[in-house]
Design a protein around this ligand. Structure first.
Ligand code: NAD
Length: 492
């Protein structure tokens, strides 16, 4: 299969473009070739998006929303096909892949509903015979840059609010996972989305991503990815005075208090630490446990890990799939070696799996360190793999302090049966998402998604908050007094 760029409603021929193989991280199989586009393709895509935008913005929002409903129905119809392809392209286990496609479906219907809301405000004027209101106006062309770990869901979090609000889109998916983007492009074509409203350009970040951020006709950039890349995007976008929304990494923790349900905590930790092989921005990377229940928690965690099958995510028995590529495997292993050097105790795991049946893919053993101190590199940096660190604390105050003592602020969780502790924690945990008696993952699309501190720059994906990224507020005053009325002056 050859993936092609989708520009102005057409699948463009590769021409002189170089390609890169798309491989299945479970077994190394080459699934497709995808183009390595250049600035030229970005320019074409932006030209097409810009040309389409004015007419798209004039389509009534409920009619724009009708396209999203159609996209939602198509996603639903193709859910199983897409989920299987997603597992092959990205590696997550099939249940999770189905969940990810479902997230796209939910987002399509949720944002389609916005077509009949997109609420502004009406408010009294300080002057008589004057009417005041605010409305959401589209920004223009939105540039979307997305990562490989949620290759379809994150694109829908960004594209659907952008579209319903009247923007057109140029989207650069991760070059690791172009197939989901290719499929979503086909769906846009099948539902008859007007030409140029959605454009997809495949290629690398430094070439395609940078060209998008630099492009004068892209007015808003919505980026999800690592902090290293996000800060480059912010720097360049900032110089050009663009609106830039950044969703970046995490170092998320589960807090287990002495009155917490330990069995429930074990389920929550395993799911959020090792689901998607730890490659979720909200993955649990630290367990902050009260000293009185540390031993019991560790014992139960180890016992529960016995049943975790590692392998190809298409096998329904598999609980932990491969990581995305060799570089990720080596990065994870590098952090594990650092953890050992720092003096943390390796409780289980800690090895790349290189023997058959794992030798053709990229597999890492689920790994738990204990006796980790909060300042260790292991406990501070995002590893993005199936590695979790247990940190002992003596009180809730200390647990909250340890949780907050990292540069990220995405997700946190507390297991406790004490309502006072829970409310204190949810108030003081400095993260954009807090779970009570559940692990650190599992966001629902109608709530804002994003984080504080180094995780983001104050914007949010999902929920109503996403509309703020893709709209400008316009305040409208209608004076029907027939005379000049000066605000703040003619107030009698
Ligand atoms: P990445 O930063 O390597 O890449 C993200 C995207 O940016 C890709 O499309 C990439 O091609 C592009 N890119 C790379 N260099 C660029 C540049 N110079 N200019 C513009 N674009 C460029 O991240 P990744 O490895 O794909 O994803 C994993 C990271 O994403 C993790 O840090 C994870 O925590 C984060 N993430 C965050 C969220 C969230 O909502 N907070 C969600 C998922 C993933």
């Amino acid at each position: 299969m050859n993936v092609k760029n989708f520009i102005n409603g057409c699948w463009t021929e590769l021409g002189d473009l170089q390609t890169m193989p798309v491989t299945n991280p479970a077994n190394g199989e080459v699934l497709a070739l995808a183009p390595l586009s250049t600035k030229r393709e970005v320019d074409e895509a932006v030209r097409s998006a810009k040309a389409a935008q004015k007419a798209w913005a004039l389509v009534p929002a409920p009619k724009r929303a009708d396209y999203l409903y159609e996209i939602g129905f198509k996603l639903k119809e193709k859910k199983e096909y897409l989920a299987r392809l997603l597992t092959q392209e990205m590696g997550k286990v099939i249940d999770e892949a189905r969940g990810e496609v479902q997230e796209g479906i939910d987002m399509a219907f949720y944002m389609a509903g916005e077509g009949r809301r997109l609420f502004g405000e009406t408010t009294p004027s300080e002057l008589s015979n004057k009417f005041a209101m605010s409305v959401r106006a589209p920004i223009g062309v939105a540039g979307l840059i997305t990562p490989w770990n949620f290759p379809i869901a994150i694109a829908t979090w960004k594209a659907f609010p952008a579209l319903v609000a009247g923007n057109t889109v140029v989207w650069k998916p991760s070059n690791e996972t172009p197939l989901m983007a290719y499929e979503l492009g086909k769906i846009c074509e099948e539902v008859g989305l007007p030409k140029g409203v959605v454009n997809i350009v495949f290629g690398t970040g430094p070439t395609v991503g940078t060209s998008m951020v630099e492009h004068p006709d892209i007015r808003v950039i919505s980026f999800t990815g690592s902090n290293a890349t996000g800060s480059k995007v912010a720097e360049l976008g900032g110089k050009l005075l663009k609106k830039v929304s950044l969703e970046m990494g995490g170092k998320n923790a589960v807090i287990v208090m002495d009155d917490g349900d330990i069995d429930l905590a074990v389920d929550g930790i395993l799911w959020s630490a090792f689901g998607t092989a730890g490659q979720r921005c909200t993955a649990c990377s630290r367990v902050i446990v009260h000293k009185d229940v540390k031993e019991a928690l560790q014992e139960k965690l180890l016992a529960a890990m016995d049943g975790l099958v590692i392998g190809d995510g298409l096998n329904p028995e598999t609980k932990i799939g491969p990581v995305i590529n060799r570089a990720a495997l080596e990065k994870i292993n590098h952090y594990v070696q650092i953890g050992k050097q720092e003096g943390a105790t390796l409780l289980t795991g800690g090895r790349m799996l290189t023997e058959p049946p794992y030798d053709q893919g990229f597999y890492y053993e689920p790994t738990i360190f204990t006796n980790v101190s909060p300042d260790m590199i292991l406990a501070q940096e995002e590893i993005f793999g199936p590695v979790v660190s247990i940190i002992e604390v003596g009180s809730l105050d200390e647990a909250i302090q340890v949780n907050n003592n990292v540069k990220f602020g995405l997700s946190s969780s507390i297991f406790s049966q004490d309502i006072n502790k829970i409310f204190k924690a949810q108030t003081l945990l400095d993260t954009g998402i807090v779970y009570v008696n559940a692990g650190t993952t599992g966001a629902e699309i109608h709530l804002p998604f994003g984080g504080t501190k180094g995780t983001g720059n104050g914007h949010r994906d999902s929920g109503q908050a996403a509309l703020d990224v893709y709209t400008e507020w316009k305040s409208i005053y209608v004076d029907f007094s027939g005379k000049l009325q000066r605000a703040q002056i003619d107030t009698q």
